[in-house]
Unconditional design. Structure first.
Length: 372
């Protein structure tokens, strides 16, 4: 099964300077320039806004004024978010200085008065962190990318996509348990995405925990019951575990949504075969062969099925089934002439049918292969 790839894209939020932000007369120029930028999309207004807010800091009292510092952080974070190419020629220190200022403001007792402003600031800084992290992603530097994604999470702890980025980076760094848990945490309601489920299941399988992988897929299917890929994933795990009893109830839906897939028809046939439901197995082996006439497994399994039936049934049916077994097993041998399993079954079939010439040929072939 080819899982869907996790799509990584930089988060973008709309520039939403709100007139609802409260401000004093001294800050009017700052806010007006931000509003002009929103209307005109001209960076000069952001530059004017920064000059205005910086001019307000002349004394120690200014440096500890919460409102002025909030608006300095607001202007700085806006510039950092909007001016990604640094056309305003801001210092490289602007980002760390703004982070330090915002973290300090977060500890102020009266900061609750500026919740809309702080929410906006945090959204901007989250975007900046993510954008910087993606620069490292493109360089395959997942250590620094992860560090920046984790920093972004401080400002947007509930943003689900960040968990995807963090999980992706951890998986690239080999931190598979951490990556799996991050993906798994996203599978918790009907708004989850199938690629998150598949990513979590894939990693659990990679570390050998197929039970948790299966549990994750079942949980995902409870939220996404119509997802074809998750249905196939569950069927594949059950088939690989040879849990045919658990697989059987999935087969009607699986076949219904994969009508032209030879591999799916083969999985279903093999399941029914192991459950001794030979009529269904025969029909599905034939469908799989019809869809892919060069595939070895369904042809060999069909020959083996007829051989088993020939051994079990009365003499009349025995002859017919043995003839069919020979037909399909010889065809399988043509596709894979050195497959010892097929040769050994043919050896038994020719013994049963008394075909000594072919039996001698098979015996010689097996001797050649075992002497290599």
């Amino acid at each position: 099964m080819q899982g869907r790839k996790i799509k990584l894209s930089v988060l973008m939020v709309l520039f939403t300077t709100s007139a609802a932000f409260c401000q004093t007369e001294a800050l009017k120029s700052v806010v007006n320039n931000l509003a002009f930028y929103k209307q005109k999309k001209d960076l000069k207004f952001l530059s004017n806004s920064k000059k205005s807010v910086d001019s307000l800091f002349t004394t120690h009292a200014d440096s500890v004024n919460i409102e002025k510092n909030v608006y300095r952080a607001l202007v700085n974070s806006t510039i950092l978010y909007v001016d990604s190419l640094n056309k305003l020629h801001q210092s490289e220190k602007l980002f760390p200085q703004t982070i330090e200022l915002v973290d300090k403001l977060a500890g102020e007792k009266k900061i609750y008065r500026y919740q809309p402003e702080m929410d906006y600031i945090k959204r901007c800084l989250t975007n900046v962190y993510i954008r910087k992290a993606f620069v490292y992603i493109r360089k395959s530097d997942f250590i620094n990318a992860l560090r920046l994604f984790e920093n972004a999470k401080k400002y947007a702890p509930s943003y689900k996509q960040l968990k995807v980025y963090i999980a992706y980076s951890n998986s690239k760094l080999g931190n598979l348990q951490v990556a799996a848990k991050n993906y798994a945490s996203l599978v918790n309601n009907d708004s989850t995405k199938a690629e998150y489920v598949e990513a979590a299941a894939y990693i659990y399988k990679a570390i050998g925990d197929t039970s948790t992988a299966l549990e994750m897929i079942k949980k995902g299917r409870s939220f996404l019951p119509n997802d074809k890929s998750l249905l196939l994933d569950e069927a594949n795990i059950l088939n690989n575990r040879k849990d045919y009893k658990a697989l059987e109830p999935l087969l009607p839906s699986l076949l219904d949504v994969n009508t032209n897939r030879a591999d799916v028809a083969f999985v279903a046939a093999n399941c029914y075969d192991h459950l001794n439901k030979y009529d269904k197995a025969e029909s599905l082996y034939l469908r799989s062969i019809e869809l892919n006439s060069t595939a070895y497994d369904p042809i060999f399994n069909l020959g083996l099925l007829y051989f088993k039936q020939g051994l079990e049934k009365r003499e009349k049916d025995n002859t017919q089934n043995m003839a069919r077994a020979v037909q399909w097993l010889e065809k399988a041998n043509e596709i894979s002439p050195n497959d010892t399993n097929c040769l050994q079954v043919l050896q038994m079939v020719y013994t049963q049918t008394g075909n000594l010439n072919q039996l001698n040929n098979i015996n010689n072939k097996l001797k050649q292969l075992t002497n290599q």
